[in-house]
Ligand binder design. Sequence first.
Ligand code: RUB
Length: 351
Amino acid sequence: MTEETKTNSLKTVEWRENKVIMIDQTKLPNKLEFVELINYHQVADAIKNLVVRGAPVIGVSGAFGMALAVLQSNAQTKNDLIKDLEEAKNILIKTRPTAVNLMWALEKIMVVAHKGSDVSEIKKSVIDTAKKMADEDVQTNMTMGKIGSELFDDNDTIMTHCNAGALATVAYGTALGVIRSAKESGKNVKVIATETRPVQQGSRLTVFELKHDGIDVSLIPDTAVGYSMANGLVNKVIVGADRILRTGHVFNKIGTYQIATMAKQHGIPFYVAAPLSTFDLKSNPEDVIIEQRKASEVTGIGDNKTAPDDTNVINPAFDMTPPELISGIITEKGVANPPYEESIKKLFEAN
Ligand code: RUB
């Protein structure tokens, strides 16, 4: 298999002729449809409405939103262009609060913009940087995949939650990138994917992309995690992350914490795979905002109502898994092991 075919298994977001093209993930698995976005407000709406989702790719999409913002701007001076970019950044940053990659990407673009000396130089460097971020995301995932695949053995059955795959990144994936890499190195690995209620990224997206790539996958309801572990159906777990703190606390899709707890109970290794852009070395657990999503995601499945009208709902999109439940954090620079504060610091020092 060439690098090209490997990374192009699914291209989630792309910059083409001054437009942003993305897969509409809300339509999967029933339809593979692409949307074409020409201004940053459309990018903000796409992130908010989960047309594009998953930590790394919302970072890249935010950067592409800034690239559209420079094209939209009529500013004649550097100062005015920076003002327009600040406005775009403020709109994009408000879309989803938990995944740190979005802030990381928007801040990186602002640094580049400030360095430019005039309007045309800034416009060019912002667009080039966004495109580079997209390319680097693919490379990062492939490197992380290779490093992480060493932790998996022939005949492993690996549980994963939500979608940390090609669809959560530009291509290849983080947690699913590790699984793809293990498979490519000749190991016969199988996957158990949780459905991931309420919006079913597991069944709609993870199963879709693994089947697309010919990887053996079985779907379970979220409620069957304990059963699967207790009955020896799974021997390792790998998930992605939306934000990782310097202490090794991992914020990821709601339900991750209960899977990690159950894995500990059954002595099953629980791994996290995420790029360095997912780390937030400054915040403490209580500083992180957990996105609360709308009630209708829980009172129905798609357009079908599954609960009475006016039901009170609690719908957090993410939870926090403490470091003592995590066996290792796989990054493109190596694997962090407990004690995390030390090993994470080392990964960044070596960077
Ligand atoms: C996505 C989610 C994913 C991580 C994957 O949530 O929780 O597990 O973003 O990230 P949502 P990564 O679908 O609500 O955006 O690819 O870094 O592992």
